[in-house]
Design a protein around this ligand. Structure first.
Ligand SMILES: O=C1CCCN[C@@H]1CCCn1cnc2ccccc2c1=O
Length: 505
């Protein structure tokens, strides 16, 4: 494993690919668009799962597992939202050498798998609310350029599907789940997100409204959708006849259940890597890192006597076991065939949050030297204070990673009220908060009119580079003050609210 040979600022896709493979997070697979998640990235997913699973169980959500296969009859049950997605659906058409009578789809999402059974299981309003979640993988046969974690043909996610007697209860849960998603990004991955509502154009067509967490990749100035929590209203319950008798009495009409669905995927790992990692390799936020600390003996040279070397190793192993006993995910590297310097660059490549150096002088003075992966800041920690100081140092590291990313996002999220400033701001890697009229045609006009360089020249579209037009990302819950008579950024209509626009993944 030698170092990174591509500069993040010069060749971002090349850099991204190299740090994932050399950091042993992922490997490429012989089916295009599919990747192998190696232990360091799977451990990140497990840490995200553990935290989120605990949160949703606190809301009374139960995990279940439904089949990955969907019959075409069932999948096409609700034309409206599937039609847009139909090209992405993967189908099983034969087993061995015999054709199947009916092709069977591999789930791209599980609404049509689950809801016929929701209708079957829910008879009385006492069966509501029903709240199930699946931790599974889905397949979407995308033709756009695949990207590890960000756009893959199979990905791991969770999909929550809940049904309520009233719209109020459902809408409350939509926002609670969105807060948990923001918690995953900000508290676990140290990635700042903007919460908001999708426009009618960008929302999930099968639902009433979609709420979203929008991330930002500083290197490319592009936004990225981090997770979505949809309120489906009664659209699906009407389609699947999911009704209960009215609790007010038999003389009242039956009630169609109010539903939500919500999901976050392994795309979140890609966002974490893109935001924090650097030209020395991965930088993994401590709360999700497979290993949080590596103990490395130093100061052992040819001249070091055997008993001195043994003493240093024993002290290091003691440090390692004390850390593990106090719940720190630590390991030691005692292989004397490699120099400390070689080990330092190895573990920088793998993004281990802190390294703990231990040499003869440190042992004499009863302390260890701690070095942070993100900025090489050094701490000297007394051995007897290890159990309290190491968690503090890791928390401080998380906060510094978050604050740095937040400062970058905040300084590249600009409020623009004049169209002439829009494209120049976009070309300076900003996302834009602008007053807008809420009209879909205007939204499309903004997208087309912003796929330009400052001099108005079009960008050459090639299949590798994602689109250069600014899409609407969300209507931020946190709205700037709309002035009286404020006009839409693009057309002459009155603005109804501020909307966040940007180039995106
Ligand atoms: O986002 C989520 C969160 C988790 C549960 N599902 C919702 C909505 C999924 C929208 N969607 C997305 N891609 C698709 C691809 C093929 C067929 C159908 C679909 C499809 O319905």
């Amino acid at each position: 494993l030698i170092g990174i040979t591509v500069d993040k600022a010069k060749d971002f896709p090349g850099w991204y690919s190299q740090i994932l493979t050399k950091g042993e997070m992922l490997d490429y697979y012989d089916v295009s668009g599919c990747y192998i998640l190696r232990p360091p990235s799977y451990a990140v997913w497990e840490n995200i799962q553990r935290w989120f699973d605990d949160k949703i169980k606190g809301l009374g959500v139960q995990n279940a597992y439904f089949p990955m296969f969907v019959s075409s009859r069932v999948l096409e049950k609700e034309k409206d939202h599937v039609e847009g997605f139909a090209p992405e659906v993967a189908w099983v058409t034969r087993a061995g050498s015999s054709e199947l009578d009916e092709p069977i789809a591999i789930r791209p999402t599980s609404e049509t798998v689950m809801y016929p059974y929701y209708a079957k299981w829910i008879q009385s309003y006492r069966d509501l609310p029903l709240k199930l979640n699946q931790w599974n993988s889905v397949v979407r046969w995308e033709f756009k350029h695949p990207q590890p974690f960000l756009r893959t043909r199979e990905f791991l996610w969770q999909e929550g599907h809940t049904a309520f007697l009233t719209g109020e209860e459902a809408k409350e849960e939509v926002l609670q789940i969105l807060d948990f998603y923001a918690g995953i990004y900000e508290e676990l991955l140290a990635v700042p997100v903007v919460k908001g509502k999708k426009t009618e154009k960008e929302k999930f067509a099968g639902g009433d409204f979609t709420t979203t967490c929008e991330g930002y990749i500083p290197q490319t100035g592009r936004a990225i959708q981090g997770a979505t929590s949809h309120h489906l209203g009664q659209n699906f319950s009407k389609m699947f006849n999911l009704t209960v008798e009215n609790p007010k009495g038999p003389e009242f009409p039956k009630v169609y259940a109010y539903q939500n669905s919500w999901g976050i995927s392994t795309r979140s790992i890609g966002v974490m890597v893109m935001v924090h990692s650097d030209n020395k390799g991965l930088v993994i936020p401590p709360r999700v890192a497979q290993f949080q600390a590596v103990v490395i003996p130093v100061g052992i040279t040819k001249k070091t006597s055997d008993e001195q070397r043994h003493h240093i190793h024993e002290s290091a192993r003691d440090i390692e076991s004390r850390l593990k006993k106090s719940g720190i995910r630590a390991f030691g590297d005692y292989n004397d065939n490699y120099t400390p310097g070689w080990k330092f660059s190895q573990y920088e490549l793998k993004g281990i949050p802190i390294r703990i150096e231990l040499g003869p002088k440190d042992i004499e003075q009863g302390h260890v030297t701690v070095v942070r992966r993100n900025d090489a800041r050094k701490y000297s920690v007394k051995v007897e204070e290890l159990e309290t100081r190491i968690p503090e140092i890791l928390d401080e590291l998380h906060d510094d990673l978050f604050n740095k990313a937040k400062e970058l996002y905040d300084s590249h999220r600009v409020v623009i009220n004049e169209w002439k400033e829009f494209v120049p701001a976009l070309n300076k890697k900003n996302v834009i908060i602008a007053p807008w009229c809420g009209v879909m045609e205007c939204e499309e006009d903004i997208k087309e009119s912003s796929a330009k360089k400052d001099d108005g020249e079009e960008f050459e579209e090639d299949d590798k580079s994602p689109s250069m037009g600014a899409k609407s990302l969300c209507i931020p819950f946190n709205q700037p003050e709309l002035k009286d008579g404020q006009k839409c950024i693009k057309c002459d209509r009155a603005a109804i609210e501020y909307c966040m626009f940007g180039r995106s993944y």
